[in-house]
Design a protein around this ligand. Sequence first.
Ligand code: UDP
Length: 460
Amino acid sequence: MTKQAHVVVVPYPAQGHVIPLLKLSHKIADYGIKVTVVNTEFIHAKIMSAMPDHKDEELKNRVRLVSIPDGLGPGDDQRDGVKVMESIRRVMRGHLKDLIEKIGQSEEKMIRCVIADATLGWILEVAEEMGIEQAVVWPAGPGGLLMLPHLPKLVELGVLDMNGTVLRNELIILSKDVPAWSTTEFSWCNTSDPKLQKIFFENVLSINQSIELSTWLLCNTFYELNPPICQLVPKMLPVGPLLTSDEQRHSSGSLRLQDSTCWNWLNEQPIGSVVYVAFGSTTVFSQNQFLELALGLELAGRPFLWIVRPDLTNRSFAEYPDGFAEKVAGWGKIVEWAPQEKVLGHPAIACFFTHCGWNSTMEGVSSGVPFLCWPYFGDQFHNRSYICDVWKVGLRLEYDENKIVSRVEIKNKIEKLLSADDMKANSLNLKEIARKSIEKGGSSYKNLERFVQHLNSDED
Ligand code: UDP
C-alpha cells in the first residue's frame, strides 16, 4: 500500500496570512493528503487559546498544527515587524529543516512539497536544499503580483530610490484592464522609520525571487474575478475563494477568541439591516478618527455590529464619545473579535464597512454583501479600486486633508450604499460566480484538483 502524500505549509506569522493558509491546508487535506502546518510558537499558542473547545486529537488529524521557535524572547515586541522578520529568517530555517528531517525519518515517504507564504522566500531555499518541491501562496490582492516584477523598473526610472522611497508621485498603469496604482499607496511607505521602510521594500522585492524559485503560485482568488491579472501573471493558479470547510471546525486560524454573542444578537435583527464594521487585524486609528467613526455610526442610526479590537486605536484603550454606549444601546453591538466569515453570511447583514484587506474582500464577495471602503495600507487601496470601479460592489469614503473621514460622510455613504439596488444585485451576482468557481467543475476547483493530483503523483 502506498502511503499518502504529505505536505508542509508555512504561513507568515500574522492573522491575514495564517487564516488563508489554514483554509488552503484543509482544502488540500480534503483530497486525502496529509498536511503539517508550521507556525511560530507565539502564533501557535494564540491559535490554541482562541479555540478553547478543541480536542487534542484534532491537532493530530489530517491537518496537524505544529510550532517552531521564532527566536524572539518573552520581552520582545511581536508587533515589531522588522524584529519578527529578522528573527524568523535567522532561526526558523534550521528548525524547519530539523522538522522536515524528523517527519522523513518517521514516515515511508518524504515530504512531497513545501508550501510557503510568498513573503517567506528563505523557506523555499530550505526546501530546495533538501530536494523538495516548492509552492508559494500569495494571500494578498492579486494586483500586487503584477506590480512586483515592475518595481526594479521603477527604481531604474527614478520613481523610487533603492530604499523604496518615492521620488516622484505617479499613477502606475500596467494594463488598461487593471486599475492603476498610486505610488503614495505603496505598502512599505506606510512608516516614518527609514530602516523599517528599507527592510519592508527589500522583503517585497525578494518575493519576485520566491515566485521564480517555486513551481506553483497559489492565489486566494478565482479566475472570473480578475481575468486580466490571471492571464498576465505567469504561473498564477487561482484556487479561491478559500472558505472555511466543515471539516475545519474549531481550527479557523483565528488568533483571538471569537465572541459568539454577536450571533444571537444578529438573529434578533431584521433581515438585511445590519452594517458590519470591521477593519481586520492590523488597522490602527487615531483617537480623533475613532471618535468620528463612532459618531458616524450613531448618526447613520442603523443597526451595526462593530469590531473594536483592544489595539484598534493608537491609545492604550479606545475612548468613545460621551454617552455613546447609552445612545446606541438598542441597536449597536460592539465586540472585540467575531467569527467574521460566518457573520458575513448571516441574513441580517446589509453591508460590510471594511479596510479592504484581501481576506475580508474575498469573504465579503463570497457572501454577496456590498462594501463601504476605507483602506488603511498596502494592497487595500488597490483592492478598493476593484471593489468600487471594476466589480461595482462598493463605495469609497472621501477624506479631508488630515485623512479624517467625517461622520457626515460616513452616514451619507451608508445611506447611499444601502439604497443602491444595482450594487446589491452586482454583489449577489459575484457571490454566485464565486461559489460556482469552487464547486465541482468550477475554475478554482479544477485548478486545485490539478495541484493536488500533481502532489499525489510521483513526478516532480
Ligand atoms: N477576522 C475575524 N474576526 C474579526 C475580524 C477579522 O476572524 O472580528 C478575520 C477575517 O475573517 C479575515 C482576517 O481576520 O480572514 C483579516 O484578514 P484581512 O486580509 O482582511 O486583513 P488584515 O488583518 O490582514 O489587515
